[in-house]
Design a protein around this ligand. Structure first.
Ligand SMILES: [Zn+2]
Length: 209
């Protein structure tokens, strides 16, 4: 697991851990390492902007962001190119799954607004590994949604920097950002690379009291 420094309860998974959504044995091992319970809350991700509040482990329906105010309740999203985000603030943790659809639809802004309605404010954000602008080739229809974050792949075609876009809209929040690219990094699952069904998780939690 990748542990962003300065975070209370945040970890980004790697391919070597297996798919922790479905592999309960591996999840138990990873949870023991992290000092958290092995039963996590997940959502069925649909590239939308729905935010759910988790008070128990298990599936929380179709959504792309989860927050909790429960201590020792791990919440997780799973990705293989899309951008995983952890938000921390006093009394809560949140995780977000943001591909280009979710990012351009405002999943981050919707999460912040949902937290605000619950009286919660993010104090720091961590952006986990995702497909980088080096490799995230897109058509003009997608690129034009991210005008200030259009880049070029290493093979010379149009790409976008989704993590860079997210970091820019998080301003002035302090942001930790992984620079690893899922597409080129063999230690990370990449759907674009090989159409894998496997995902790495981003898990967040409030420490046990
Ligand atoms: Zn790359």
């Amino acid at each position: 697991m990748i542990r962003p420094s300065g975070f209370r309860g945040a970890a980004f998974g790697e391919a070597s851990e297996g798919d922790l959504r479905i592999d309960a044995d591996r999840r138990r091992l990873v949870s023991a390492d992290l000092g958290i319970p092995p039963e996590w809350a997940f959502v069925s991700q649909v590239h939308g902007t729905t935010v759910v509040r988790a008070t128990t482990p298990g599936g929380k329906g179709e959504a792309d962001a989860i927050f909790t105010t429960r201590h020792a309740l791990p919440i997780a999203v799973a990705t293989a190119d899309c951008v995983p985000v952890v938000l921390e603030g006093t009394g809560f943790a949140a995780v977000i799954h943001a591909g280009w659809r979710g990012a351009s639809s405002g999943v981050f802004q919707e999460t912040v607004a949902t937290l605000a309605r619950a009286g919660l404010t993010a104090q720091r954000a961590a952006i986990g590994p995702s497909i980088g602008p080096c490799c995230y080739e897109v058509g003009d229809d997608v690129a034009e949604r991210f005008a200030d974050h259009v880049a070029t792949t290493t093979w010379g075609t149009t790409s976008i920097d989704i993590a860079g876009y997210l970091e820019s809209i998080m301003n002035p929040l302090p942001v930790w950002r992984s620079e690893r690219c899922t597409y080129t990094d063999a230690g990370l699952n990449s759907y674009r690379q090989n159409r894998t069904r496997l995902r790495q998780v981003a898990v967040a939690w409030l420490p046990p009291v």
